[in-house]
Design a protein. Structure first.
Length: 125
C-alpha cells in the first residue's frame, strides 16, 4: 500500500461533492412554515416570556427591598434627629440651671474668700 497524493481533479471533485452535500442538507431542512419549526419557535418564545417574567419579578422584589431599606433609614435618621434634639434640650436646660445658680455660686465664692482673708489676717496678728 503506497501513498499517492490526490491530483487536482480528485480534490476538486471531493470539494464539489462536499458543497452538494451541504446544499442538500440545507434544502432538506424544514421551512419556516413547517409545524416542527413553528413548534420550536413557540417553545423558544415561551421560554423567553418566562425568563422575562422571572426577571420582572426579581426586579420588583429588589425594588421592594430597597424601599424597605430606605424606609428603615428614614426612620433611623428621624430617631437620631429626635435624640439629638432631646440632648440639645437637656443641655440647654442644664446650662440654664447653671446660669441661674451662677450668681449664688459667685456670692458663695466671695464669702469664702472673705472668710479666708479674715482668717489669714487673724493669723498674722
Amino acid at each position: 500500500m503506497s501513498f499517492q497524493p490526490a491530483d487536482f481533479a480528485d480534490r476538486r471533485a471531493k470539494a464539489e461533492e462536499a458543497k452538494k452535500a451541504l446544499l442538500e442538507k440545507f434544502r432538506s431542512r424544514p421551512g419556516p412554515d413547517h409545524p416542527e419549526t413553528l413548534k420550536r419557535e413557540a417553545e423558544r418564545r415561551a421560554i423567553a416570556e418566562a425568563r422575562a417574567a422571572r426577571e420582572a419579578e426579581r426586579e420588583a422584589k429588589r425594588r421592594a427591598e430597597l424601599e424597605v431599606i430606605a424606609a428603615e433609614e428614614a426612620a433611623r435618621a428621624e430617631a437620631e434627629k429626635v435624640r439629638l434634639a432631646a440632648e440639645a434640650a437637656k443641655r440647654a436646660e442644664e446650662e440654664a440651671a447653671l446660669a441661674a445658680d451662677r450668681p449664688r455660686q459667685i456670692m458663695r465664692e466671695v464669702a469664702q474668700y472673705a472668710q479666708f482673708r479674715v482668717a489669714k489676717g487673724a493669723a498674722r496678728r
